[in-house]
Design a protein around this ligand. Structure first.
Ligand code: GLC
Length: 567
């Protein structure tokens, strides 16, 4: 079935068709995808080796986490040169070959752009910290010590949670919202912004198709650095309005649009879009001429306490509210996992052997049937699970290691801290891709930088390749369907049975095409009343062999997921 802009307009949707809205983005954590050199670390040639696999998934874009030169304090999110490739990952020739290989297969490429901060090993920072009158001094945020200690600011990765770091060399503090080795760039300095646009042009000229703007909501901040009220200062949940979404954010985004985004056929997705729908719309609505796609944190932050997990009605409510707010204007990304989150099947499905496959297929059905651009994290097409480290010395991630130190420093309950880490640590999703049942899961000849999940013997791409019922082949059916049925991309969304504790069901509709998506998020059978909906015999997706339906109701087996044509 084909649609064009006229159809969308006829349906009363102000949404215009754009290639970036229709993407199925496959996110690759390059450190963990495929090691081609026997170092235990994945690399660009490893991704090149796997291009045919990537193409076989039916995805249309690849987003790689940062591949620039970096001392790797935060695995590449601390960049020391924005126009060079990290040595561990390969060379610029490798990058060019990778990009050409993707484009040859009609797959687009999204670059991760980390410009809220650089590495402290970037030449700009080395200069900036060397003297107070260095021309690069104002590239970063400095607070001279003679003004006293600056007012408290949170840091995500600091071992005491503080974002100001005293630097003896010039008797001043610098600001780092992330680790001490990730000083925040000063966007109020127009030279900094021009540097950023220059970097973006460099990559756009090479032919990249999009930018994921890391931590973008923090680039504009109140640089008078006032003292916040105790209520705000002591409550981390206020971090977005107090630390980001500053007065010039929209000026910067508009300038970026004018200088770069409008000049190439590229899009930008903002990681973080403030704390309300209005904030998000102001950044991404088309008539704003700023950024193109929002990535909000409501699902990321939901239920991240092992003793107080999220409920399905909450999950449905968040997705439905966001969808409603963006139904006619603006555009969202849909994701359930990434390199900052645990594995989706462990978090939202059920990773016990009896239900792992069914629930992974069910979650992929969700990801590929919602309105918005789908982001699929590598390994989720196989149903890879959390590694669930037990002790702090097993962790590799700076957020875990320094988070533990901070919890110790603050006298927090360490047992509780460790239980949360086990469930939500970023390392859970950073373990190597499980290619086959050979040593190190076929990821590397050498001991990998982070252990392979022991379940690689039965969860791996090779084993799933020839099984028509595997999670992998189910994923392929879904990408194929999403590409054929634009109803899944652009169609209206209507939530059914909003309060149901275990079922997530919705209707998608575009230009006479009506689809029912029915997902059972529980390990018990559940019944959905069909009310006025009539199902056809055309079941497009089903992760079980059969369907249990009557004209009045559809009964779903544990974690069953279906997409059915309806009237
Ligand atoms: C973003 C990235 C995360 C990184 C942080 C600092 O949230 O997704 O991985 O650690 O920014 O760059």
């Amino acid at each position: 079935m084909g649609i064009n802009d006229t159809h969308l307009i006829k349906k009363g949707l102000s949404t215009t068709r754009k290639w970036w809205k229709e993407q199925i983005i496959y996110q690759i954590y390059p450190r963990s995808f495929k090691d081609s050199t026997g170092t235990g670390v994945g690399d660009l040639r490893g991704v090149i080796e796997k291009l045919d696999y990537i193409q076989s998934l039916g995805v249309t874009s690849v987003w790689l986490n940062p591949i620039y030169q970096s001392p790797n304090d935060d695995n590449g999110y601390d960049i020391s040169n924005y126009c060079e490739i990290m040595e561990e990952f390969g060379s610029m020739d490798d990058f060019d070959e990778l990009l050409a290989g993707l484009h040859k297969r009609n797959i687009k490429f999204i670059m991760d752009l980390v410009v809220n901060h650089s590495s402290d090993e970037h030449e700009w920072f080395k200069q900036s910290r060397s003297s107070r009158d260095n021309p690069y001094r104002d590239y970063y945020h400095w607070w001279p010590a003679e003004k006293g200690k600056p007012h408290f600011r949170w840091s995500f990765f600091d071992n005491k949670g503080e974002a100001w770091k005293y630097d003896e060399q010039t008797d001043a503090y610098y600001l780092h919202y992330f680790s001490q080795k990730q000083p925040d760039l000063n966007w109020e300095n127009p030279k900094v912004r021009q540097e950023v646009y220059k970097i973006m042009r460099f990559w756009a000229e090479k032919g990249v198709d999009g930018f994921r703007l890391d931590a973008f909501q923090f680039v504009s901040k109140d640089t008078s650095f006032p003292k916040w009220s105790d209520e705000y200062e002591n409550d981390f949940s206020h971090i977005i309005p107090t630390h980001g979404m500053g007065p010039y954010l929209h000026d910067y985004a508009r300038e970026m649009y004018d200088e770069v985004l409008s000049k190439y056929d590229v899009f930008a997705v903002s990681e973080g879009v403030g704390s309300s729908f209005e904030d998000a719309h102001a950044l991404v609505d088309e008539d704003r001429n700023e950024l193109q796609m929002a990535y909000h944190f409501d699902c990321v932050d939901m239920g991240v306490d092992v003793d107080n997990p999220q409920t399905l009605p909450q999950f449905k409510d968040i997705h439905s509210q966001w969808d409603k707010s963006f139904a006619e204007k603006g555009w969202l990304s849909i994701f359930l996992a990434n390199h900052d989150l645990p594995r989706m099947v462990s978090r939202f499905g059920n990773d016990a052997p009896a239900y792992r496959d069914a629930s992974a297929k069910m979650l992929n059905t969700f990801l590929l049937s919602m309105r918005g651009t789908s982001y699929c994290y590598f390994g989720d097409e196989l149903g890879m699970t959390n590694i669930s480290f037990e002790t702090i010395d097993e962790y590799k991630d700076i957020a875990a290691i320094n988070g533990y130190k901070k919890a110790q420093h603050n006298g927090e309950d360490l047992d509780k801290f460790m239980r949360n880490l086990k469930a939500f640590s970023r390392d859970n999703s950073r373990t190597p891709m499980q290619w086959n049942s050979e040593e190190n899961a076929g990821f590397s000849d050498k001991t990998p930088w982070i252990p392979v999940n022991e379940n690689y013997q039965h969860i791996n791409a090779q084993a799933q390749e020839n099984d028509p019922n595997s999670v992998l082949n189910h994923f392929r059916k879904l990408t194929e369907l999403r590409k054929q049925r634009l109803t899944l991309v652009y169609g209206s969304y209507e939530l059914l049975e909003a309060k149901h504790e275990s079922l997530y069901a919705y209707k998608r509709e575009l230009d006479g095409d009506t689809l029912l998506v029915a997902l059972n998020f529980s390990d018990q059978p559940q019944t959905l009343s069909l009310n006025s909906l009539t199902l056809s015999d055309n079941t497009l997706i089903n992760n079980y062999d059969s369907i249990n339906s009557s004209p009045e109701a559809l009964t779903l087996a544990p974690y069953q997921a279906m997409i059915i044509e309806a009237k």
